[in-house]
Design a protein around this ligand. Structure first.
Ligand SMILES: Cc1cc2nc3c(=O)[nH]c(=O)nc-3n(C[C@H](O)[C@H](O)[C@H](O)COP(=O)(O)OP(=O)(O)OC[C@H]3O[C@@H](n4cnc5c(N)ncnc54)[C@H](O)[C@@H]3O)c2cc1C
Length: 365
């Protein structure tokens, strides 16, 4: 397998990544979980707090009962640490070759083969192609025409904070989400004793259709307006957020097919989702290991692709839609926020019934 990447090097922008047990089970299967765990953090609990008051709304115990239930831990890692573990494993496998600095500008379906043409003129005649080219996938346009990604009218600002500059009252053992009207704020340690990861998200009232790629909305001034009235723990974290760069949030609706002859899609190219469920990368990992398992026993790539997509589409569609629903739940205000509090009231930290369907896939491929 030959992997091409358009960036000059295989690298990662952004810091933290949550990896639920459905993903850590994949890392175990790939033989790289230990490598990732060497730099990662196992949070003791996942806590949702009211961003206005700071009060806890619900908490999930991620300790021994959780690991026993799902077989694998809930891990937060630095994206670069995960990528480096994956790269090391790929470089040790003689069946895989990696080439950075090569952008695919045309992917052609040849029926029983495929062709990839790159910006520098390099051309590959291939048995098959897996388009794992992200949210703005070029490969996807060949398979389904559903227009551009859907803008959620929300932006994320991120930052990592060294331990000697920790904001006020950080719970270093938890993965904490503060939720409030049109906003949420995430905090977790991403390298033990070293780095805290923070993500601040808000829905912008300044967004206008057609503004998807403009910096005129979702500005740092709006960030301050949205987060200024929140509890002191959130405000203290926001004071350390990086204002220089923001990520606009996009997703898409599920599509009926990912495969055309010997070309298929994987990860965000197939099923981009909002980040509220923290599952985009987890689902991409599930895709990869499912595709690998199917291709190992099905010699015909086209049949393998169709089986892979049949196994993966229903689940990823459910996660895409759950992520949208969670966005509304996180950002609820007024009566909806009160209903959210009622829904969570009295839940045991060891009640995992509502995440069973999502997390218990670890190890089943
Ligand atoms: C703020 C934020 C927080 C998130 N948090 C989490 C989380 O906690 N847990 C989680 O599971 N997910 C999370 N996600 C989602 C996760 O980052 C994505 O779902 C994941 O990165 C998708 O992986 P991918 O490999 O499919 O696509 P990408 O990561 O987008 O990778 C696609 C790659 O293809 C390359 N490429 C694109 N086009 C071409 C081309 N034409 N030729 C060659 N190369 C090309 C790109 O350069 C890129 O390296 C988060 C996302 C955001 C924005």
């Amino acid at each position: 397998m030959h992997v091409i990447e358009k960036s000059p090097e295989f690298g990662e922008i952004g810091a933290g990544l949550q990896l639920a047990p459905n993903a850590t089970g994949v890392l175990h299967r790939l033989g790289i979980l230990e490598d990732v765990l060497a730099h990662a953090v196992l949070p003791a609990r996942l806590v949702m707090r009211d961003a206005l008051t700071g009060d806890s709304l619900i908490s999930m115990d991620l300790g021994a009962p959780f690991r026993q239930r799902f077989g694998f831990p809930y891990v937060v890692a630095h994206r670069a640490d995960l990528l480096n573990a994956e790269l090391r494993a790929c470089r040790l496998d003689s069946r895989i070759t990696l080439e950075a600095g090569l952008e695919a500008v045309s992917i052609e379906d040849l029926g029983d083969a495929a062709r990839v043409i790159c910006a520098d003129g390099t051309t590959y005649e291939c048995d098959s192609v897996v388009g794992a080219d992200g949210l703005w996938s070029r490969t996807r346009t060949l398979i389904h025409d559903d227009g551009p990604p859907v803008c959620a009218q929300a932006v994320a600002y991120r930052a990592t904070v060294p331990f000697d500059q920790l904001p006020e009252d950080v719970d270093v053992e938890a993965m904490t989400i503060f939720v409030g009207p049109g906003v949420h704020f995430v905090q977790y340690v991403v390298r033990p004793g070293e780095l805290l990861n923070q993500v601040a998200v808000f829905r912008s009232d300044a967004f206008r259709p057609g503004d998807e790629h403009s910096d005129a909305w979702g500005t740092p001034e709006e960030l301050d307006e949205h987060f200024g009235p929140l509890c002191s723990r959130v405000r203290s974290g926001i004071a350390r957020i990086d204002r220089a760069r923001r990520w606009t949030m996009f997703d898409r609706l599920p599509i009926p097919a990912w495969t055309k002859n010997r070309i298929t899609l994987l990860g965000d190219a197939a099923h981009p989702m909002l980040q509220f469920a923290a599952q985009g990368a987890c689902q991409a990992l599930e895709d990869a290991v499912t595709l690998g398992a199917v291709m190992a026993r099905e010699p015909d790539d086209r049949r393998a692709f169709l089986e892979y997509e049949a196994r993966r589409r229903p689940r990823t569609a459910r996660v895409q839609q759950t992520a949208r629903w969670l966005g509304d739940l996180f950002h609820a205000s007024g009566g909806d926020a009160a209903r959210r509090a009622d829904m969570f009231a009295g839940r045991s930290p060891q009640d995992y019934s509502y995440v069973d369907w999502l997390y218990s896939a670890g190890g089943r491929w």
